[in-house]
Design a protein around this ligand. Structure first.
Ligand code: IFM
Length: 458
């Protein structure tokens, strides 16, 4: 009898055979990174449009005006998604495209676009996984204080309710926020992402408002009768001490508390980690009565974006991505075991709902030569990380799906277009899409599901 460990079976067959037939496979993108059409059909300005115009903010001085021109290439891009054989496509709604001022009048032409996107996916048998906030806050709301203002929490809830009313009957999942930590820390503490603010105090308040708006939006969408599962997406690094010293161990614990538990503890336990509150002192967030209970509103799933391990050193003299690891073009150390580790940590710390790996992937040098991109490094990356997900599942972590970041090369925020994360190559001069070898590999992996599951008897 054929078993999955028979050497005659391909590596992909063995890999896919480690997952149940219900496991959801997908690819992911976000609005600002691919849509372009920044002034079409009544779209308003976002904080990323504004940030791109700041000299020096974006490595190649580019912006999202055209990006992958996805807005005008919707049908062929949806064909591309479907041709990969994925179960799900994760995309985000551009808040300023549907509410140009962030509040008030809805932009019907913007909503139409997402109607066509969702219907187009369903017609192709692909489940739409919608994200409400993938960082492109309407500039009009930034002008009123942005995420630092508690008012924006309420604007987000109204936005969430409106999108849910329009699309909630057809989408397979609604994520409130993508990576609140990045919005808070890179956007408001380091100032390297929009809106470019540099204040720890503001960043901490922003993180609280993001979490609060998540909880209140989940409650409001459910109250409106939403049947789609609701969740949030956290970016989580696996933190390890650089050495076995007591000081490095303590630093690793604190880094993990600031990066992971600051977000996950309130969501699953209804409280911020005390040691971080103590360390923040006067910068601790203003929390009103009822906030923590709202944040801890039970979710239907948790999304996890995983890219790297971070080394923690008390002396601060160690490259956080170092330790002899191979690196991606972003300079991030490649450490698949960290994905299994972070999943095990979450499983032991919290009562988890189903977990989706909502992003995982790498930027590599991807030359297009004679119509092909031989991105063996990305295939290795995906294979090893997918295998790490299976390891974690073997240990009981309830992982329900995996989505590659990204469907196609796109605007990589302050890195501009130079860093390519896609499994599909985009020629920005012609907008031609070319499947890289990794896309062909992923498609083949998914195509093996039928055989693997037959062999599994599942
Ligand atoms: O491109 C981003 C994405 O928008 C959010 N998560 C990380 C990706 C790679 O940096």
């Amino acid at each position: 009898m054929n078993t999955l460990s028979t050497p005659a079976l391909s590596e992909q067959q063995s890999l896919i055979g480690r997952f149940p037939h219900t496991f959801l496979w997908g690819v992911a993108t976000s609005a600002f990174q691919i849509e372009g059409a920044s002034r079409d059909d009544g779209r308003g300005e976002s904080i990323w449009d504004r940030f791109c115009s700041v000299p020096g903010a974006i490595a190649d001085a580019s912006n999202g005006d055209v990006a992958c021109d996805h807005y005008h290439r919707l049908e062929s891009d949806l064909d591309l998604v479907a041709s990969l054989g994925v179960d799900a496509y994760r995309f985000s709604v551009s808040w300023p495209r549907v509410l140009p001022n962030g509040e008030g009048n809805w932009n019907e032409r913007g909503l139409d676009f997402y109607d066509r996107l969702v219907d187009g996916l369903l017609a192709r048998g692909v489940k739409p996984h919608l994200t409400l906030n993938h960082w492109d806050l309407p500039q009009a709301l930034q002008d009123k204080g942005g995420w630092a203002s508690r008012e924006t929490v309420h604007r987000f809830v109204e936005y969430a309710r409106g999108v849910q009313r329009r699309l909630g009957d057809r989408v397979a999942a609604i994520t409130t926020h993508n990576e609140p930590q990045v919005v808070a820390v890179l956007g408001h503490e380091h100032g390297t992402f929009a809106p470019g603010i540099k204040s720890q105090k503001i960043a901490i308040q922003v993180s609280h408002h993001l979490l609060l708006s998540h909880g209140l939006a989940v409650q409001a969408m459910r109250a409106d009768g939403c049947r789609a599962p609701l969740g949030i997406v956290l970016n989580l690094a696996h933190v390890e001490p650089a050495t076995g010293s007591v000081a490095d161990l303590a630093k690793a614990k604190m880094d993990d508390a600031r990066g992971r538990r600051w977000y996950a503890d309130p969501l699953f336990k209804g409280s911020y980690p005390q040691e971080v509150l103590d360390a923040l002192g006067d910068d601790a967030p203003r929390v009103e009565s009822g906030d923590m209970a709202a944040i801890a509103t039970p979710m239907d799933y948790l999304g996890v974006n995983y890219y790297f391990r971070m080394l923690a050193s008390a002396a601060g003299d160690v490259d956080p991505f170092g330790g002899g690891l191979p690196r991606t073009e972003m300079g991030w150390g490649i450490y698949p075991r960290g994905l299994a580790e972070i999943l095990r940590t979450l499983h032991s710390d919290y009562r988890l709902p189903p977990v989706y790996i909502t992003e995982n992937g790498g930027a590599f040098k991807d030359p297009l030569v004679a119509g092909r991109v031989h991105d063996a490094d990305r295939i290795d990356y995906l294979r090893s990380h997918i295998s790490a997900v299976a390891d974690a599942m073997q240990d009981g972590v309830p992982v329900a799906g995996y989505m590659v970041w990204s469907l196609m090369d796109n605007f990589e925020w302050s890195s501009g277009y130079a860093k390519r994360f896609g499994i599909v190559h985009v020629d920005y001069a012609t907008q031609q899409r070319t499947m890289k070898d990794s896309a062909l590999w992923y498609r083949e992996l998914l195509a093996f599901r039928a055989t693997a599951q037959t062999t599994q008897g599942g």
